[in-house]
Design a protein around this ligand. Structure first.
Ligand code: MG
Length: 226
């Protein structure tokens, strides 16, 4: 890792760039959100495949499920995949099996290649990398099977395994315990401002992910990419 400046030589009033340079001198681990950072997702793909075997349209199914408490409860680990399946059957009349539902529900992701390359480069440079996600077991099973890059992290913190959702502080504490890192030793990328703000409040370095180009540049500016 190249240190572009020590904390003592970067101007404290110098704005985001000098703050990132400051952070880079101590960063030991990079924390990646999953959805919209490492993988894109489109639940209309699932809605269409389910609706093709049900009594309602994909649009109607999406509209019913978007406002439903089922998915936040599923991501919190309060209910099982079977209970989600039962709920989808109840509202849609879906006639497929649990196994078919699992395939339809999980197969909604696509890799964001430049971010996967960025993670690989950071890890090769000696930094630990973590996945930190509000997610569910069907999604993770599918992603693990479909995308080899997903095996190349030092640790995984998933909401459903801990009964906590970002931006709740408890899930950030889990990451700190698992990684043995805290504060400015952690640099965290997430596309949701409430999540990065909760990290910043703990002293983590944060990047609000808007595009692979911008995040790569921010990390490069921080001196974390040679
Ligand atoms: Mg996200």
């Amino acid at each position: 890792m190249v240190l572009v400046a020590s904390p003592w030589t970067s101007a404290p009033q110098g704005g985001i760039l000098s703050r990132l340079i400051f952070v880079a001198t101590m960063v030991k681990a990079v924390v990646f959100d999953l959805g919209k950072v490492l993988v894109n997702f489109d639940y209309m793909i699932a809605a269409r495949r389910i609706a093709a075997r049900a009594n309602i349209s994909a649009e109607q199914l999406m509209a019913m499920l978007v406002g439903s408490p089922v998915f936040p409860r599923y991501e919190r680990g309060l209910i099982s995949r079977e209970q989600v399946f039962e709920e989808v059957r109840r509202v849609s009349g879906f006639q497929g099996t649990m196994e078919e539902f699992a395939v339809f529900f999980g197969d909604v992701f696509s890799e964001i290649k430049p971010m996967i390359e960025l993670q690989a480069a950071l890890r090769k440079g000696g930094l630990a990398t973590y996945v930190f996600s509000n997610t569910n077991d069907l999604a993770i099973e599918h992603i693990r099977r479909a995308f080899p890059f997903f095996g190349n992290f030092d640790g995984y913190i998933f909401s459903y395994e801990h009964g906590l959702l970002k931006p709740e502080a408890g899930l950030y504490e889990v990451l700190e315990r698992r990684s043995g890192r805290r504060g400015g030793e952690l640099l965290y990328l997430d596309d949701r401002p409430e999540n990065t703000q909760a990290g910043a409040a703990r002293g983590w370095g944060v990047i609000l992910h808007e595009s692979p180009e911008k995040s790569r540049q921010a990390i490069r500016n921080a001196g974390l990419l040679v």
